[in-house]
Design a binder for this molecule. Sequence first.
Ligand SMILES: Nc1ncnc2c1ncn2[C@@H]1O[C@H](COP(=O)(O)OP(=O)(O)O)[C@@H](O)[C@H]1O
Ligand SMILES: [Mg+2]
Length: 488
Amino acid sequence: MANSATPPPPVIEPGRSATREDVVRLLNTVLGLSVEMMNADRGVVIFREAEKYEIMASKNFPPDKTPTLEELSASVIDKVINTASPLLTHDALTDPRFDTSASVILHQITSIICVPLWNDNEVIGVIYLDSRMNRQRFTEDNLNFINIFGRMAAIAVDYARSYGELYDEKQRLQTELRTSWTFEEITGRSARMLEVFNLMRRVMNSDISVLLEGESGTGKELVARALHYNGPRRDKSFVAQFCGNLSENLLESELFGHKKGSFTGAISDKKGLFEIADGGTFFLDEIADISPAIQAKLLRVIQEGEIRRVGDTDALNVNVRIISATNKELKAEVDAGRFREDLYYRLNVITIDLPPLRDRTGDIPLLVRHFLSRFAEKNKMPVKKISPKAVQALSNYAWPGNVRELENTIERALILAEKDTIDVADLFIPEAEALSEKPKSLKDYEREIVTKILEDCGGNKTKTSEILGVSLRWLHYKLSEWKKTQNT
Ligand SMILES: Nc1ncnc2c1ncn2[C@@H]1O[C@H](COP(=O)(O)OP(=O)(O)O)[C@@H](O)[C@H]1O
Ligand SMILES: [Mg+2]
């Protein structure tokens, strides 16, 4: 049963960002009230976007027909927008200020009220009400009232838009807070990881562009954040944008922003992420997939520190440190002609290679302990133990999803294990893929032993070759061979 005391639904439901539909809904409410209070025949709210008029809301037009501008007095609307002042005419049929449009005559419209809609100091549209001969002659009082109403409506529209922007910003900050990123968060003592830490320390305090290469789930984003939050830009924003399989237009407007009216739906100016990242760090994830047009724009940001919003002629200066990441070999994309060579060299002043987890299995027990205590804390559970057999199974598995997959496996096991010690059965990792199930070749053993000793020696190759009784040259040769196979 309808209850007249029920408040109208909020224009923007709490907990989500405002959309164009929200703004249109708000305008319809405002217009409905205006028509009712003025006892007008019909009403519209018109926005001007990029020299074009668009009807955003309408009242009392035939329900099956969307109103068109031809049915209104175009010269009245033009006049209000161009003079930025409200207008009242008592007799549109004979008022010499306006060419009388066919529709005005046809509908016997006599009275028109039209007031500007403001956004800051700019007229962005009008509220237009009209009335037929025998209905109502609008008065100066009506005009003043609706003019104030127009100002209030504009504030509401602006509020709805800012609400959307603030909501998005809040979401961004919350994700940032959820994950406080420190260097210590990156777990690993294997030679490969020590190499990573070493490089990170060397580039941390500089502004040079870093390219992170590695399979998915190897910790590229973690490293990017650690570089930002341990470096001189830590008090400014860290902004991350995923660039893989996004449409070119969307990505371009995300990165560089757009001018109001530069395309349908661009109802206001929008800041690009490069502007938001100004002074801070921009993390471009899955960089290999960006289109040639965006590659060119990116080059401009790096070379000149300049960006241009879509649809804008003026450039803005930004100062951002760029860290990019890819799970492809970017040089191969350059060789195949899909990625600009000049941009490649700009992004890749230094490359940090994140090793796949299967190449640093020595770190697995450490990672397991790290995740066990982290997830116990997160889920407010006591820390569980893990059986040596389970650790063995984890160390033998190939981890195609790398650390991310290990992380998920541990969280699931922690929650599902019924006893206070996690066992092999709680892990649910595909037995068939466990390396231990496959017979190993002599080469596999050779690689395993060398890797193990190298790790025990903290990456020291001279010491490793001494222990193994091989020449340093042989060790270098083997390591480079293995590095090649790992990239295929
Ligand atoms: N060395 C590491 N120590 C601890 N956690 C890690 C490590 N590497 C990756 N992770 C975790 O694994 C998940 C995937 O890492 P992420 O940085 O998103 O990988 P990528 O960007 O390479 O796909 C994240 O939850 C991250 O915290
Ligand atoms: Mg990632």
